[in-house]
Design a protein around this ligand. Structure first.
Ligand code: FAD
Length: 404
């Protein structure tokens, strides 16, 4: 059974690529080891799929080459995907930070992509496990031999769209990385990203009374900062601001082994030092003052955590200037050293992956392996929370679909 293009992984990038290649008249086989098509699309955005963002640029992505994603994002932009959604008459709405969601169901996006594949005559194989792949050197047409538990196939172009490692129980596998290594395409070790952060027991124990508190705060790490909710959990920190900053915190490990803490600004937009100074002469207690701007229970527990009894029991006027300065610094930059992350089981995406150095940003083809393409999350391009990861899947899949 010969095809022009075989695509492994029928997720967001794989389906987009298949539909595009088929629309060019290529004979395409799309295979996946999962029972259900597009499972990650189905469960995304609480079942409504945050399919893209109103504003997308390379600044919304982390990669060892931050410029790599520019070309694909420009050639198939968020506006191109929105146009597809509108042509299909899928109702959608915008939420904060430009995030676009389906009004009704993520299934509508899966149906749209499946129909686009069917229109071009894409052949499907799922569930279908790949046993091994060989490259036939010197062959111009039957370059790749793909042995599966559904039979053996050959193709001219092989597209790897097997995604990252997040949530293995819904079909994530390291297959794409292993295949890259088989063809000497370098892989940057994958790490969980957009992931809750764990705290060590000595920090977690005193923070236990704060579990469940949600704060409007800024999570900061190096130059990155995100103002959204921070959630304190019984295992550490979560909520959108923490998920966003976790990717940057994980990125530092590639640069140096020495970990730095993340910082939480509990009073965004407010100079805590100046604010405390205004109340310096008053009889108000610090927890009560903080409760004007933070959840009351949190304000009390946080003060106890910072300075023991005196911050809770004495009025501000009886606290030393030094104590107040320390409190002010910590209110605007509360340093918390994560012990690690909650891992791929709880991550939304994967940092690292197939090195962009080895790929053409114009085509997504491996520079040294003609006919071998990598698209979507398997590549070392990781988006922020907010529809950016799907946009990368659509853009990279679309681009490869023009050349595979
Ligand atoms: C819970 C959750 C919610 C998310 N919500 C959002 C959101 O709202 N917005 C957003 O932008 N991003 C979201 N993401 C991230 C987004 O889902 C991914 O970045 C995106 O799906 C990546 O697309 P992909 O095609 O590269 O990979 P995937 O969509 O993961 O598809 C990969 C496909 O390859 C198949 N596969 C894997 N290994 C093999 C193998 N060995 N053989 C055959 N097939 C294989 C898998 O079964 C899967 O179908 C979410 C992720 C999770 C986990």
């Amino acid at each position: 059974m010969h095809f022009d293009v075989i695509i492994i992984g029928a997720g967001a990038a794989g389906m987009m690529c298949a539909a595009q290649a088929a629309a060019r008249g290529r004979r395409v086989l799309l295979l996946d080891h999962a029972e259900k098509l597009g499972e990650r699309i189905r469960i995304s955005g609480g079942g409504r799929c945050n399919f893209t963002n109103r504003t997308v640029s390379a600044d919304n992505y982390l990669s060892h080459n931050p410029h790599f994603c520019r070309s694909a994002l420009a050639r198939f932009s968020q506006f191109d995907f929105i146009a597809m959604i509108e042509k299909r008459r899928i109702p959608y709405h915008e939420r904060e930070h430009g995030q676009l969601f389906c009004d009704e169901s993520a299934e509508e996006i899966i149906d749209m992509l499946r129909d686009a594949c069917d229109d071009g005559g894409v052949k499907w194989a799922f569930p279908c496990a790949v046993k091994h792949i060989e490259r036939n050197e010197g062959e111009a047409v039957k370059r790749y031999a793909v042995a599966t538990d559904n039979g053996s196939f050959s193709c001219q172009s092989l597209v790897v769209a097997t995604g990252g490692m997040a949530i293995p129980k819904i079909g994530a596998s390291p297959f794409g990385y292993r295949l890259a290594e088989q063809f000497a395409v370098p892989v940057i070790p994958p790490k969980p990203a957009l992931v809750p952060l764990a705290l060590a027991p000595e920090l977690l124990e005193p923070m236990k009374p704060l579990a469940g508190a949600t704060l409007d705060a800024v999570a900061q790490f190096e130059d990155a900062q995100f103002r959204e909710n921070v959630l304190i959990t019984h295992r550490g920190l979560s909520g959108p601001a923490i998920l966003q900053i976790s990717s940057y915190w994980q990125m530092q490990e590639y640069r140096s082994g020495k970990k730095q803490p993340v910082e939480i600004d509990l009073l965004p937009g407010l100079d805590a030092g100046a604010w405390l100074e205004e109340h310096r002469q008053g009889r108000v207690h610090l927890p009560n003052l903080l409760a004007e701007r933070l959840p009351r229970r949190f304000a009390h527990e946080w003060c106890a955590l910072q300075g023991g009894e005196k911050l809770v029991t004495r009025p501000i006027s009886e606290l030393s200037r030094r104590d107040l300065e320390t409190v002010a610094t910590r209110l605007n930059a509360w340093p918390l050293m994560p012990a690690g992350t909650l891992g791929f089981a709880k991550a939304e995406v994967t940092l690292g992956g197939v090195s962009t150095d080895a790929l053409s940003s114009k085509t997504m083809e491996a520079k040294a392996v003609p006919g071998l393409f990598f698209v979507g999350e398997v590549v070392d391009v990781t988006g922020w929370l907010g529809g950016y990861n799907f946009q990368w899947a659509w853009s990279s899949g679309w681009v490869a679909g023009q050349f595979a």
